[in-house]
Write a protein that binds this ligand. Structure first.
Ligand code: SF4
Length: 289
């Protein structure tokens, strides 16, 4: 029996970089002897967060929580891949924390565009989901009026000031087709300004690859946290192509009894599934079937 692991299973580049940053900081802290925090959980994966907790990394959920940390305990705060508002970095520094910015460079690029264009007088349109931490972070780099548009109807209903110049960007994980649809509405309305495509295709690539792999294997295994919406989406895509698709969190959930006829097993994993879990599952299937 052959096992094929999807090339883009698991962490994307930005998340891998953020998680690596935390582990590097743990090594450095042994020299510095100062506590380490992440601003929000570094990733939505219980295994990783508990491992970091065991190594002494604490999670700060808000600026208010950071303010409650005693002065001697104000060590290093790592900003996760989603990024944060400019004021959050500034306030953390004012409180005496050292800020290590692990914002994904693709998100940082949006912060830079928004900061520059808003300073030049343009209003900012962020095509994305209101309330998503990445969108809130992007909004926090704008010095001018900022609109968040999550759907075509919202673009149609947006009332901008006469002569207002716009700079349109997108949340990195927003669907590219929907982004184009929104931009088209602005074009129809004769907006004045610029559009920067800031959609990251990491999610799309992972999904397309999972679909293609599921269509050619006998059994498909999708690994990811219970609450991970992108893993659930991967599972649904694979299930459409392959009836024997299994959704597991870790190797412990895998209770496979495979029919003799199974020749090919495919494995993929959600964006917050660490490599060691993927490898464990892969090795287990290779050795035991
Ligand atoms: Fe990952 Fe792309 Fe988001 Fe960066 S922008 S964290 S690479 S999904």
């Amino acid at each position: 029996m052959e096992v094929i692991l999807a090339e883009h299973a698991g962490f994307c580049f930005g998340v891998q970089r953020a998680v690596d940053t935390v582990y590097q900081q743990i090594e450095n802290s042994e020299k510095k002897g100062r506590p380490i925090y992440t601003f929000g959980p570094i990733i939505h994966n219980e295994e990783v967060v508990s491992d970091l907790q065991r190594r002494g990394v604490r999670v700060l959920d808000s600026l208010a929580a950071a303010g409650r940390v005693s002065e001697e305990e104000r060590g290093t705060v790592i900003i996760r891949s989603h990024g944060v508002e400019k004021i959050v970095c500034e306030n953390l520094k004012e409180l005496g924390f050292e800020v290590v910015d692990a914002t994904c460079p693709f998100v940082k690029r949006i912060h830079n565009i928004v900061e520059k264009e808003s300073a030049a007088g343009k209003s900012i349109v962020i095509v994305g989901n209101e309330g998503h931490p990445e969108v809130e972070g992007i909004r926090g780099w704008s010095e001018s009026a900022t609109y968040i548009v999550g759907a075509v109807e919202e673009a149609r209903n947006l009332v901008s000031r006469p002569g207002e110049e716009l700079c349109i960007v997108s949340q990195t994980t927003f669907n590219y087709k929907k982004f184009q649809d929104v931009v088209e509405i602005f074009a129809e309305r004769g907006y004045n300004g610029s559009v920067v495509n800031t959609v990251c295709n990491a999610t799309e690539v992972r999904q397309a690859e999972a679909r293609e792999l599921a269509a050619r294997v006998d059994v498909m295994i999708v690994i990811g946290g219970n609450h991970s919406s992108n893993t659930r989406k991967l599972y649904e895509i694979c299930r459409q192509e392959c009836e024997m698709t299994y959704y597991i969190q870790t190797l412990d959930d895998l209770h496979l009894r495979l029919p003799e006829s199974v020749r090919l097993v495919g494995i993929t994993a959600g964006a917050s599934t660490p490599n060691n879990i993927i490898e464990e599952v892969q090795n287990y299937v290779r050795i035991n079937f």
